[in-house]
Ligand binder design. Sequence first.
Ligand code: HEM
Length: 204
Amino acid sequence: MSQTYHYLVRRLHSFAGIFPVGIFLLMHLFINSFALRGEAAYNRAVGFVNNIPGLVYLEILLIGVPIAFHALYGLWVTYVTKTSIFQYYYFRNWMFYLQRLTAVITLIFVVWHVWVLRIVRVFTGTEMTFLTVQAWLANPLYLTFYIIGLLAAVYHFSNGLWSFLVTWGITIGPESQRLTLYVCTVIFILLGIAGINSVYAFIR
Ligand code: HEM
Protein backbone atom coordinates (compact mmCIF):
# COMPACT_ATOMS: atom_id res chain seq x y z
CA MET A 1 0.00 0.00 0.00
CA SER A 2 2.71 2.41 1.06
CA GLN A 3 4.82 1.47 -2.01
CA THR A 4 1.84 2.11 -4.32
CA TYR A 5 1.17 5.40 -2.54
CA HIS A 6 4.78 6.59 -2.99
CA TYR A 7 4.75 5.48 -6.62
CA LEU A 8 1.57 7.49 -7.30
CA VAL A 9 2.81 10.60 -5.48
CA ARG A 10 6.13 10.38 -7.36
CA ARG A 11 4.23 10.17 -10.66
CA LEU A 12 1.99 13.07 -9.72
CA HIS A 13 5.05 15.14 -8.78
CA SER A 14 6.62 14.38 -12.15
CA PHE A 15 3.40 15.15 -14.04
CA ALA A 16 2.85 18.43 -12.17
CA GLY A 17 6.37 19.54 -13.18
CA ILE A 18 5.17 19.72 -16.81
CA PHE A 19 1.37 20.01 -16.51
CA PRO A 20 0.66 22.70 -15.41
CA VAL A 21 3.85 24.13 -13.85
CA GLY A 22 6.11 23.78 -16.91
CA ILE A 23 3.38 24.95 -19.29
CA PHE A 24 2.82 27.97 -17.05
CA LEU A 25 6.55 28.77 -17.13
CA LEU A 26 6.46 28.72 -20.96
CA MET A 27 3.36 30.93 -21.04
CA HIS A 28 4.93 33.34 -18.57
CA LEU A 29 8.10 33.65 -20.68
CA PHE A 30 5.92 34.16 -23.77
CA ILE A 31 3.96 37.01 -22.13
CA ASN A 32 7.23 38.59 -20.94
CA SER A 33 8.60 38.50 -24.47
CA PHE A 34 6.00 41.11 -25.50
CA ALA A 35 8.33 43.59 -23.77
CA LEU A 36 10.57 43.25 -26.83
CA ARG A 37 7.84 44.94 -28.87
CA GLY A 38 7.75 47.90 -26.49
CA GLU A 39 5.84 49.30 -23.55
CA ALA A 40 2.38 49.39 -25.17
CA ALA A 41 2.58 45.79 -26.46
CA TYR A 42 3.68 44.50 -23.04
CA ASN A 43 0.93 46.42 -21.22
CA ARG A 44 -1.66 45.05 -23.67
CA ALA A 45 -0.48 41.45 -23.15
CA VAL A 46 -0.45 41.80 -19.33
CA GLY A 47 -3.79 43.65 -19.44
CA PHE A 48 -5.32 40.76 -21.40
CA VAL A 49 -4.18 38.26 -18.73
CA ASN A 50 -5.33 40.50 -15.87
CA ASN A 51 -8.81 40.69 -17.40
CA ILE A 52 -9.38 36.92 -17.43
CA PRO A 53 -12.51 36.35 -15.29
CA GLY A 54 -11.79 34.77 -11.89
CA LEU A 55 -8.04 35.17 -12.45
CA VAL A 56 -7.06 34.95 -8.75
CA TYR A 57 -8.95 31.65 -8.31
CA LEU A 58 -7.47 30.23 -11.51
CA GLU A 59 -3.99 31.28 -10.38
CA ILE A 60 -4.45 29.60 -7.00
CA LEU A 61 -6.02 26.40 -8.37
CA LEU A 62 -4.08 25.92 -11.60
CA ILE A 63 -0.69 27.32 -10.59
CA GLY A 64 -0.44 27.89 -6.82
CA VAL A 65 -1.63 24.46 -5.63
CA PRO A 66 0.33 22.39 -8.22
CA ILE A 67 3.56 24.37 -7.70
CA ALA A 68 3.20 24.16 -3.90
CA PHE A 69 2.72 20.38 -4.15
CA HIS A 70 5.63 19.98 -6.60
CA ALA A 71 7.89 22.19 -4.46
CA LEU A 72 7.03 20.58 -1.09
CA TYR A 73 7.38 17.02 -2.35
CA GLY A 74 10.50 18.13 -4.29
CA LEU A 75 12.05 19.53 -1.10
CA TRP A 76 11.43 16.23 0.60
CA VAL A 77 12.97 14.32 -2.33
CA THR A 78 15.98 16.68 -2.22
CA TYR A 79 16.33 16.10 1.52
CA VAL A 80 16.16 12.32 1.40
CA THR A 81 18.52 12.03 -1.58
CA LYS A 82 21.10 14.56 -0.39
CA THR A 83 24.65 13.56 -1.33
CA SER A 84 28.04 15.18 -1.58
CA ILE A 85 28.99 16.65 -4.97
CA PHE A 86 32.29 14.76 -4.67
CA GLN A 87 30.30 11.63 -5.43
CA TYR A 88 29.34 13.11 -8.79
CA TYR A 89 31.85 11.85 -11.32
CA TYR A 90 29.50 11.17 -14.15
CA PHE A 91 27.66 13.61 -16.35
CA ARG A 92 24.17 12.31 -15.50
CA ASN A 93 24.97 12.50 -11.78
CA TRP A 94 25.87 16.15 -12.18
CA MET A 95 22.57 16.73 -13.93
CA PHE A 96 20.84 15.02 -11.01
CA TYR A 97 22.68 17.29 -8.55
CA LEU A 98 21.97 20.44 -10.62
CA GLN A 99 18.27 19.47 -10.80
CA ARG A 100 18.12 19.67 -6.99
CA LEU A 101 20.29 22.79 -6.70
CA THR A 102 18.17 24.66 -9.26
CA ALA A 103 15.01 23.39 -7.49
CA VAL A 104 16.05 25.18 -4.29
CA ILE A 105 17.14 28.37 -6.14
CA THR A 106 13.86 28.31 -8.11
CA LEU A 107 11.85 27.92 -4.91
CA ILE A 108 13.50 30.96 -3.26
CA PHE A 109 13.13 32.93 -6.48
CA VAL A 110 9.47 32.02 -7.05
CA VAL A 111 8.45 32.86 -3.46
CA TRP A 112 10.22 36.23 -3.63
CA HIS A 113 8.99 36.96 -7.18
CA VAL A 114 5.34 36.12 -6.38
CA TRP A 115 5.50 38.12 -3.16
CA VAL A 116 6.91 41.37 -4.59
CA LEU A 117 5.23 41.31 -7.99
CA ARG A 118 1.89 39.66 -7.24
CA ILE A 119 0.83 39.54 -3.59
CA VAL A 120 2.05 43.01 -2.60
CA ARG A 121 0.26 44.32 -5.70
CA VAL A 122 -3.04 42.79 -4.53
CA PHE A 123 -2.68 44.51 -1.14
CA THR A 124 -1.57 47.89 -2.48
CA GLY A 125 -3.91 47.83 -5.51
CA THR A 126 -1.08 48.82 -7.88
CA GLU A 127 -1.28 47.80 -11.53
CA MET A 128 1.37 45.69 -13.23
CA THR A 129 2.78 47.68 -16.12
CA PHE A 130 5.98 47.91 -18.14
CA LEU A 131 7.06 50.83 -15.93
CA THR A 132 6.51 48.82 -12.71
CA VAL A 133 8.82 46.06 -13.92
CA GLN A 134 11.30 48.57 -15.31
CA ALA A 135 11.55 50.40 -11.96
CA TRP A 136 11.93 47.08 -10.15
CA LEU A 137 14.68 45.80 -12.45
CA ALA A 138 16.56 49.11 -12.13
CA ASN A 139 17.82 47.80 -8.79
CA PRO A 140 21.07 45.89 -9.65
CA LEU A 141 20.50 43.40 -6.81
CA TYR A 142 16.98 42.55 -8.04
CA LEU A 143 18.23 42.33 -11.61
CA THR A 144 21.05 39.93 -10.67
CA PHE A 145 18.77 37.71 -8.61
CA TYR A 146 16.13 37.82 -11.34
CA ILE A 147 18.60 36.54 -13.96
CA ILE A 148 19.92 33.80 -11.60
CA GLY A 149 16.34 32.74 -10.74
CA LEU A 150 15.24 32.80 -14.37
CA LEU A 151 18.17 30.62 -15.52
CA ALA A 152 17.66 28.23 -12.58
CA ALA A 153 13.94 27.81 -13.41
CA VAL A 154 14.65 27.34 -17.12
CA TYR A 155 17.41 24.79 -16.42
CA HIS A 156 15.22 22.94 -13.91
CA PHE A 157 12.41 22.78 -16.47
CA SER A 158 14.60 21.68 -19.41
CA ASN A 159 16.52 19.04 -17.47
CA GLY A 160 13.23 18.05 -15.79
CA LEU A 161 11.69 17.51 -19.23
CA TRP A 162 14.49 15.02 -19.98
CA SER A 163 13.88 13.07 -16.75
CA PHE A 164 10.08 13.35 -17.19
CA LEU A 165 10.42 11.46 -20.49
CA VAL A 166 12.46 8.78 -18.70
CA THR A 167 10.07 8.62 -15.70
CA TRP A 168 7.09 8.03 -17.98
CA GLY A 169 8.88 5.40 -20.07
CA ILE A 170 8.80 7.55 -23.23
CA THR A 171 12.58 7.46 -23.70
CA ILE A 172 13.85 4.06 -22.62
CA GLY A 173 17.01 3.23 -24.54
CA PRO A 174 20.37 5.09 -24.45
CA GLU A 175 19.91 6.32 -28.03
CA SER A 176 16.58 8.07 -27.38
CA GLN A 177 17.92 9.44 -24.08
CA ARG A 178 20.97 10.88 -25.83
CA LEU A 179 18.78 12.44 -28.52
CA THR A 180 16.43 14.04 -25.95
CA LEU A 181 19.49 15.29 -24.03
CA TYR A 182 20.45 17.33 -27.12
CA VAL A 183 16.86 18.51 -27.60
CA CYS A 184 16.51 19.54 -23.92
CA THR A 185 19.89 21.32 -24.02
CA VAL A 186 18.70 23.32 -27.04
CA ILE A 187 15.42 24.08 -25.20
CA PHE A 188 17.44 25.32 -22.20
CA ILE A 189 19.62 27.56 -24.39
CA LEU A 190 16.66 28.98 -26.36
CA LEU A 191 14.50 29.63 -23.28
CA GLY A 192 17.49 31.17 -21.46
CA ILE A 193 18.20 33.51 -24.39
CA ALA A 194 14.49 34.38 -24.76
CA GLY A 195 14.15 35.10 -21.02
CA ILE A 196 17.28 37.28 -20.82
CA ASN A 197 16.29 39.08 -24.01
CA SER A 198 12.97 40.03 -22.40
CA VAL A 199 14.78 41.28 -19.29
CA TYR A 200 17.04 43.34 -21.53
CA ALA A 201 13.94 44.98 -23.08
CA PHE A 202 13.17 46.52 -19.67
CA ILE A 203 16.64 47.86 -18.93
CA ARG A 204 18.02 49.02 -22.31
C1 HEM B 1 9.44 26.70 -12.48
C2 HEM B 1 9.00 25.83 -11.61
C3 HEM B 1 9.26 24.34 -11.75
C4 HEM B 1 9.14 23.54 -12.86
C5 HEM B 1 8.69 23.95 -14.26
C6 HEM B 1 9.52 22.20 -12.48
C7 HEM B 1 9.54 21.10 -13.32
C8 HEM B 1 10.07 19.86 -13.01
C9 HEM B 1 10.10 18.72 -13.88
C10 HEM B 1 9.54 18.66 -15.28
C11 HEM B 1 10.72 17.71 -13.22
C12 HEM B 1 11.05 16.30 -13.75
C13 HEM B 1 10.07 15.27 -13.23
C14 HEM B 1 10.58 13.87 -13.48
O1 HEM B 1 11.76 13.57 -13.23
O2 HEM B 1 9.79 13.03 -13.91
C15 HEM B 1 11.10 18.22 -11.93
C16 HEM B 1 11.77 17.48 -11.00
C17 HEM B 1 12.05 17.93 -9.74
N1 HEM B 1 11.63 19.12 -9.18
FE1 HEM B 1 10.74 20.63 -10.14
N2 HEM B 1 9.88 22.20 -11.16
C18 HEM B 1 9.73 23.50 -10.67
C19 HEM B 1 9.97 23.93 -9.39
C20 HEM B 1 10.47 23.13 -8.37
C21 HEM B 1 10.67 23.55 -7.03
C22 HEM B 1 10.35 24.96 -6.49
C23 HEM B 1 11.17 22.47 -6.34
C24 HEM B 1 11.51 22.35 -4.89
C25 HEM B 1 12.31 23.10 -4.23
C26 HEM B 1 11.33 21.39 -7.28
C27 HEM B 1 11.88 20.16 -6.99
C28 HEM B 1 12.11 19.15 -7.89
C29 HEM B 1 12.87 17.94 -7.62
C30 HEM B 1 13.59 17.58 -6.35
C31 HEM B 1 12.85 17.17 -8.79
C32 HEM B 1 13.53 15.83 -9.05
C33 HEM B 1 12.60 14.71 -8.68
C34 HEM B 1 13.26 13.36 -8.89
O3 HEM B 1 14.25 13.23 -9.60
O4 HEM B 1 12.76 12.40 -8.32
N3 HEM B 1 10.86 21.82 -8.50
N4 HEM B 1 10.67 19.52 -11.81
